[in-house]
Write a protein that binds this ligand. Structure first.
Ligand code: ATP
Ligand code: LTN
Length: 341
């Protein structure tokens, strides 16, 4: 970070968030996370990273993971995150994340971790040998957040429960060591529109970058043609009227995508579709997606080729992040009774 922005950042609240580089990012990641980060970045001291350590809770191809980590970083920048104003890095470059995670693991309970719906969903898909990292994943996420005295965490709806757990752990640790609070207690920021974009193939399930059905998600790397094809094939509902109705989750999803991308209100969008068919809605949604995604896709392609530039950003980010994280970690180590080296 430039000197002036470092000084400026000291008076601002910390906003922090992250995405797993487990595949190419989706429209859901953009609307639930990246777009919001870019909108809020000016008002906060911002920290964004790629959680490569979270990604290995499911099996990853090593070369692919490295490439997706660069790509995630490039996508942040292409989506409008300013690398001169924000700290950008890879989670594995800051050892304090794993170090604090261990201390928090020793203060978290099996019961509370067993209640995490993401663990239940993902472990159900894993079969018999469930990695224990999948179980302790939310504790690593809590460490990510608490290390930087974060006040605001912009995330999609699915992460709300993990932020609740993070708050519980922060309060528990602060109460255990009451001389001086160790951690700020963070708040989630869940966007009012676009916090839960649904799968195009099953509008009752979340759009997810690790869904094996590539037609279920729009990736930010998809060509214009692919976006159009995927939206034409999107599963819609019985009937033919375009209305906002719980009985029509497929239609609701397309209207939500339009509302989140254009800033228009759902009732205004619905009013424009009186007398029109599902086909119109699909094609117009595709056009809106293409317009939003094309510039991001082109910029990601350009940036991912420039590894020198991305490496430089990662190095600078890791330096700033390590310095800030170490301060919190030292306090925690001191409080739990470790001899500081
Ligand atoms: P995976 O399938 O690998 O678990 P994911 O697509 O669910 O990945 P994450 O890396 O877990 O994405 O999430 C990154 C951010 O994107 C989080 O803030 C998450 O809440 C948000 N997000 C993920 N999917 C959606 C979605 N369908 N709609 C809105 N926000 C989403
Ligand atoms: N668990 C999140 C990714 C994540 C995260 C974080 C988000 C890891 N650490 C810290 C916000 C803040 C997910 O799966 N979406």
């Amino acid at each position: 970070m430039a000197e002036s922005s470092t000084q400026q950042s000291q008076s601002k609240k910390v906003m922090l968030s992250a995405v797993q580089p487990s595949n190419r990012l989706t429209l859901g990641n953009y609307l639930g996370a990246l777009k919001i980060w870019a909108q809020l970045q000016k008002d906060y001291d911002c920290i964004f990273f790629a959680v490569d350590m979270h990604a290995i809770t499911s099996r990853q191809d090593p070369e692919e993971l490295r490439e997706q980590t660069y790509r995630a970083l490039a996508t942040y920048i292409a989506a409008g995150i300013d690398p001169d104003q924000c700290i950008l890095f890879a989670q594995s470059h800051v050892p304090a994340h794993a170090q604090l995670a261990w201390v928090l693991t020793c203060h978290s309970y099996m019961g509370e971790l067993s209640r995490m719906t993401q663990f239940k969903d993902k472990s159900a898909k894993q079969g018999t040998n469930i990695p224990s990292g999948l179980f302790t994943y939310p504790v690593l996420m809590a460490a990510d957040i608490l290390l930087y005295q974060t006040e605001l965490v912009p995330v999609g709806e699915d992460q709300k429960q993990h932020i609740e757990l993070t708050r519980d752990l922060a309060i528990r640790m602060n109460n255990l060591f009451p001389k001086a609070p160790l951690f700020k207690v963070p708040e989630p920021y869940i966007p009012p529109v676009g916090a839960r974009i649904m799968s195009l193939q099953n509008p009752l399930a979340k759009m997810s970058k690790s869904d094996p059905d590539v037609n279920s998600a729009i990736y930010l790397s998809d060509s214009d043609d692919t976006i159009l094809k995927k939206l034409k094939r999107a599963v819609t509902d019985s009937g033919s009227e375009i209305v906002w109705d719980d009985e029509k989750p497929g239609i609701k999803n397309l209207l939500t995508i339009q509302a989140a991308l254009t800033g228009k209100k759902v009732p205004d969008l619905v009013a424009g579709y009186v007398g029109k068919q599902y086909g119109h809605l699909k094609i117009e949604t595709a056009e809106i997606c293409i317009q939003a995604i094309k510039p991001i896709r082109d910029e990601v392609e350009r940036l991912t080729k420039d590894k020198t530039y991305l490496t430089q950003i990662l190095k600078k980010g890791a330096q700033s992040a390590n310095a800030r994280a170490q301060k919190t970690l030292d306090q925690v180590y001191k409080n739990v009774g470790f001899i500081l080296p």
